[in-house]
Each structure stands twice: as structure tokens, then as C-alpha cells.
Design a protein around this ligand. Structure first.
Ligand SMILES: Nc1ncnc2c1ncn2[C@@H]1O[C@H](COP(=O)(O)OP(=O)(O)OP(=O)(O)O)[C@@H](O)[C@H]1O
Ligand SMILES: O=C(O)c1ccc[n+]([C@@H]2O[C@H](COP(=O)([O-])O)[C@@H](O)[C@H]2O)c1
Length: 196
């Protein structure tokens, strides 16, 4: 089976993430998208909800979609969540493993732990976060030829929503209705997350 791993901090998961995953199912060979919330984000420290809460919110968002799955592989591990370790683990289970990123991570991925190994061994699926598709295509072309790797851009409507914006609205006591799954909105309220 061909699967795509969707790694993220999901702090919290929002509709941008869900639309991305659905576009991957719609427009790639992938049969399943596996959401992998990270335990200890190697690069984000401020205002990060507990891994168990971020995991639960992803679970609530995807539970009605049989083609979406969730893994606790990264949150069960102690120490930083390195993507290369996750990819290696899942590639021992599935025939082919893709990794999903937003286009803002195209310039970041070369700085990740064992980036060269990731880029040489694993195909990427990129979803646009900025409107300038030409710039994204150029960056993809550069990386795919340097590492001889399949890097596919799947076009989708730009969803200008981020977890940062959602956390900001919550701090300002504003509604996040329609930006997250209704069950996530309810979970955040009930647990008082991101109020600070
Ligand atoms: N609206 C979006 N459009 C396209 N890609 C996105 C969008 N939101 C997140 N992504 C991508 O999804 C992955 C996980 O994102 P993440 O959980 O960090 O959300 P975020 O909204 O970027 O969070 P934050 O605002 O806290 O940095 C990353 O590869 C990121 O580029
Ligand atoms: O392995 C790394 O060095 C590495 C560095 C930065 C980010 N990542 C992964 O990239 C994914 C998206 O990260 P983020 O910050 O946009 O949520 C998530 O699965 C992170 O664990 C991985």
C-alpha cells in the first residue's frame, strides 16, 4: 500500500491541514494519509500544547474519514521527533511512503536532521501555502534534480490559516469557529487550551 505521512505539530490541527490531506487523497496515488503529530517538536518550543492534547485533537478531526489515520509513533518516543526516524519506521511497513509538507517547509527541509537522507530516499508531496506557484515550482525543480527525487506539487486553493493565528484569536477571546473541526473547538474550550 502507498501511504503519505503528514507530520506536524498540529498546535492545534486546523481546516488547512484537513483540506491538504483530502487533496492528497484526491490527486495522488496514495491510498491513505497518516497524521503523525510530533512529540517534541525539534524547532518549536513556545506555546505548544501537551502532545496528548494535540494527538486527541487530530483524532477528533479525522475519526469520520476512513482514509485518514493517526499514529502515536512520534509522541510515544522520548527525545526529539526526527522525521527521518519516522520515515524509516513506516517504510518497513508500507510499500511506498510519501511525506506531506506545506510549501513554506520547502526551504526548511534542507536544514532538517539527516536532510540529505530524507531527500534522497523519500518522495515528497507539497501543497502550496503561498500564491506564487512559479516560485514553489522552481524550488521543487531545484531539490528534485539535486536529490533525484520525486517531489510532487498538488495544487489546492490557498488556505491562509495557521495554528499561530488560531492561538492568537483564542488569547484575544475571539471565536475560532469554522477554522477548526467543531469537535476541536469544543475540546479547546473544555480544556482551556491556549488561554495563557
Ligand atoms: N494553511 C496551510 N496551507 C498549506 N500548508 C500548511 C497550512 N498549514 C500548515 N501547513 C503545513 O502543514 C504541516 C504542519 O503544519 P503545522 O502543524 O506546523 O501548522 P502551522 O499552521 O504551520 O503551525 P504554526 O502556525 O504553529 O507554525 C507543515 O508542513 C506546514 O507547512
Ligand atoms: O527531522 C527534523 O529535523 C525536522 C525539523 C523540523 C520539522 N520537522 C517535521 O516537519 C513536520 C512539520 O513541522 P511543523 O513545524 O511545520 O509542524 C513535523 O512532522 C516536524 O516534526 C522535522
Amino acid at each position: 500500500m502507498k501511504v503519505a505521512l503528514f507530520g506536524g505539530t498540529f498546535n492545534p490541527i486546523h481546516i488547512g491541514h484537513l483540506i491538504m490531506a483530502q487533496y492528497v487523497l484526491n490527486f495522488s496515488q496514495v491510498q491513505k494519509v497518516i497524521f503523525v503529530p510530533n512529540g517534541h517538536p525539534p524547532h518549536k518550543i513556545e506555546d505548544v500544547a501537551d502532545a496528548s492534547d494535540r494527538f486527541e485533537m487530530v483524532k477528533l478531526s479525522i475519526e469520520d474519514n476512513p482514509y485518514f489515520d493517526i499514529s502515536d509513533f512520534e509522541i510515544k518516543k522520548s527525545g526529539p521527533s526526527w522525521t527521518i526516524d519516522t520515515l524509516e519506521y513506516f517504510s518497513s511497513i508500507y510499500e511506498r511512503v510519501y511525506f506531506i509538507i506545506g510549501s513554506d517547509n520547502l526551504s526548511e527541509i534542507v536544514k532538517w536532521y539527516k536532510a540529505e537522507e530524507i531527500l534522497r530516499r523519500y518522495p515528497l508531496i507539497v501543497l502550496p501555502r503561498e500564491r506564487d506557484l512559479c516560485a514553489i515550482k522552481k524550488e521543487i525543480e531545484k531539490l528534485s534534480s539535486k536529490y533525484a527525487q520525486e517531489i510532487t506539487l498538488i495544487q489546492m486553493p490557498i488556505v491562509d490559516i495557521s495554528s499561530t493565528e488560531i492561538r492568537k484569536l483564542i488569547r484575544q477571546n475571539k471565536s475560532i469557529r469554522y477554522m477548526v473541526h467543531p469537535k476541536v473547538e469544543e475540546y479547546i474550550k473544555r480544556k482551556g487550551l491556549y488561554k495563557r
